[in-house]
Write a protein that binds this ligand. Structure first.
Ligand code: NI
Ligand code: MN
Length: 226
């Protein structure tokens, strides 16, 4: 599968021939000024929660592409009011098969409101099973004991964890989260976008390495094959 990083917590995945975008926040991101959001393809858009740094480009990309948006019931309702009718609502613990793979909505310990102050339901993460792999995109979250159960229920091949601290897990907690879910391969997200979440990237990679874990930090615009 192809994975392209667009900064903060935004990734574009190619799964079973479909383009799946997660948490589109690109145009306000100074670190992503070389990315043209109007050129990003999407058949589906997954949204973990309603905060600006996850939905800034959601309405425009959804309208331009006609992509189906998969998110909490409350965010899908809100999107309807913004003129985006192709939404698919889920809630915590629910799972569903889509054209690109199987998705389960997981608990995330975080808040969720939309940019206009509307209630966004509960913040969430996703387990995605596709192309023979199991991925865990935690969304914005604190370290939670539930991750131990996640590690028992799934054999996770690749995690996507926030490491910027302040609003989410920092490096130390993300290392514990990786142990809880029994996954050695982590792609970091939610760092450096704002002064609040600036980190020392080399130190972060080193700390994961010392814990026997592989933290990968992608350049914005970089595409990797997994
Ligand atoms: Ni957030
Ligand atoms: Mn965030």
């Amino acid at each position: 599968m192809k994975i392209t990083y667009y900064g903060q917590s935004c990734f574009l995945f190619e799964w079973q021939g479909k383009n799946v975008l997660i948490d589109p926040f690109i145009s306000p991101n100074k670190l992503a000024s070389h990315i043209n959001v109007d050129e990003i393809p999407a058949d589906f858009i997954l949204v973990s929660h309603g905060h600006e740094d996850h939905v800034a480009d959601l309405v425009s990309v959804a309208k331009r592409t006609g992509a189906q948006v998969i998110s909490s019931y409350e965010i899908i309702q809100w999107l309807g009011k913004q003129g985006v009718s192709n939404g698919y609502p889920m809630n915590l613990g629910g799972a569903k098969d889509f054209d690109f793979g199987w998705v389960k909505m997981m608990f995330a310990a975080h808040s969720s409101s939309l940019p206009d102050g509307s209630y966004g339901g509960t913040a969430a993460g996703f387990i995605i099973k596709t192309e023979g792999k199991t991925l865990y995109y935690s969304g914005d979250t604190a370290l939670i004991a539930d991750m131990k159960l996640t590690g028992e229920l799934f054999q996770i091949d690749q995690c996507f964890f926030p490491i910027g601290d302040n609003f989410t897990m920092g490096v130390e907690d993300a290392i514990l989260a990786s142990k809880f879910v029994k996954c050695n391969d982590i792609i970091g997200m939610h760092f450096d976008t704002f002064p609040y979440i600036e980190i020392n990237k080399e130190e972060a990679v080193m700390k994961f390495k010392e814990a026997g874990l592989n933290l990968r930090l992608l350049e914005i615009g970089e595409t990797i094959e997994l």
